[in-house]
Design a protein around this ligand. Structure first.
Ligand code: GDP
Length: 203
């Protein structure tokens, strides 16, 4: 089903989002963490999300339709130094409101570079979304760049940090290159997209 994902539209403001019904799973992460690559590998579509040569360029909320009332939502990458502070602040406001208020949002996939996980901005995202009690899957991506010992240590440290403050969250190793963790991440996303308590009923 994820293979059927199609770009539907991009919203530059919250007021441009579609009606707040159905099931959405959002993807967030620092610029350059590997979010676009993860979306592409999860959907099996090479170019669905644009893998950017210029981190921080995409400043809109992109909706990919999987089926009626079911969307993958690509949130703007955050933390890119060359984006002016005022623009970053404006987007943080958009992200915080989307994460805290959007009812159709079932779950968050938070992409972190396994070599630099749990930055301050990552924790801020977890803080905003964690208040909702909805599930978070942290993908520790680029895991192919760590040796086995590094992978195990990172997974343990991040899992422990999450368990303390964000009990509805879990972490797993991921790589868009080696495909590590892809099947598990797909299962998580699918389970959230087909959740039954859709406000207006699935069609
Ligand atoms: P985004 O800004 O978070 O969307 O990140 P991109 O998906 O554009 O990836 C940023 C850079 O990291 C690109 O050069 C990708 O080829 C590379 N990259 C992304 N995921 C992986 C991964 O799992 N392993 C490795 N080795 N490189 C990756």
């Amino acid at each position: 089903m994820l293979h059927d994902a199609q770009f539907e539209f991009g919203a530059a403001r919250l007021s441009q989002l579609p009606p707040d019904t159905g099931n959405e799973v959002a993807f967030a992460g620092r610029s350059n963490a590997g979010k676009s690559s993860a979306i592409n590998v999860l959907t099996g579509r090479k170019q669905l999300a644009f893998v950017s040569k210029t981190p921080g360029r995409t400043q809109q909320i992109n909706y990919y339709r999987v089926s009626a009332q079911r969307y993958l939502v690509d949130l703007p990458g955050y933390g890119f130094a060359r984006v002016p502070a005022s623009v970053q602040r404006a987007w943080q406001e958009v992200l915080s409101r989307y994460l805290q208020e959007r009812r159709a949002l079932r779950a968050l996939v938070l992409i972190m570079d396994a070599r630099h996980p749990m930055t301050d901005l990552d924790e801020q995202m977890l803080g905003w979304f964690g208040q909702t009690g909805k599930p978070v899957l942290v993908l520790l991506t680029k895991a192919d760049k760590l040796n086995r010992q590094g992978q195990v240590g990172t997974l343990r440290d991040v899992s422990q940090a999450l368990a303390t403050h964000f009990p509805a969250s879990a972490a797993q190793l991921f790589s868009s290159v080696s495909k590590l963790g892809v099947d598990q991440a797909r299962r998580f996303v699918m389970a959230q997209l087909v959740a039954r308590d859709v406000p207006d009923g699935p069609t």
